[in-house]
Unconditional design. Structure first.
Length: 152
């Protein structure tokens, strides 16, 4: 079931809280995996919305696999971000609650889901592009400070 589509059928474009999970994903060389998102036409970390009955870890692993073709091992929680607002290109408004995990690739093969992604690329830590939202950029900055899990 597509929970967001179901929810939107009930509330339209009104502001709602939505739960997301994603990852700061590293390969064996320490490069970071980013997704150029079709909807925003910009770079961000792979991840997506939880479905009913799914844990945040299951959602992160499923979404990362669906968007990139890679299986990941969750190493630790990087942070939880809940104070942001996002307006989507279709006019929907949400307050996302995003759980970001630090992840390592443990299998799979690079695959681009053309419905959601324009590109999937690995970046060196010092060559990261600007990320599509304040939330993703803050998550990256928090990760770089190595504070441990942060809650915003």
């Amino acid at each position: 079931m597509d929970y967001i589509r179901f929810l939107r059928s009930k509330v339209g474009q009104e502001k709602v809280m939505l739960n997301f999970a994603g990852g700061i994903v590293f390969d064996e060389e320490g490069r970071i995996l980013l997704q150029k998102r079709r909807e925003q036409q910009a770079w961000g970390f792979p991840g997506g919305a939880l479905e009913l009955g799914e844990s945040i870890v299951e959602a992160a692993q499923r979404e990362i696999f669906e968007e990139t073709g890679f299986h990941v091992t969750i190493e630790r929680l990087s942070g939880v971000y809940s104070k942001y607002e996002e307006m989507y290109p279709n006019g929907d408004v949400a307050q996302p609650i995003v759980h970001f995990f630090v992840c390592r690739i443990n299998g799979g093969q690079l695959t681009i889901d053309s419905d959601e992604s324009l590109d999937i690329t690995f970046f060196e830590r010092d060559q990261m592009p600007e990320l599509y939202s304040e939330l993703h950029q803050t998550a990256w900055n928090d990760f770089l400070t190595e504070l441990g899990p942060v809650f915003r």
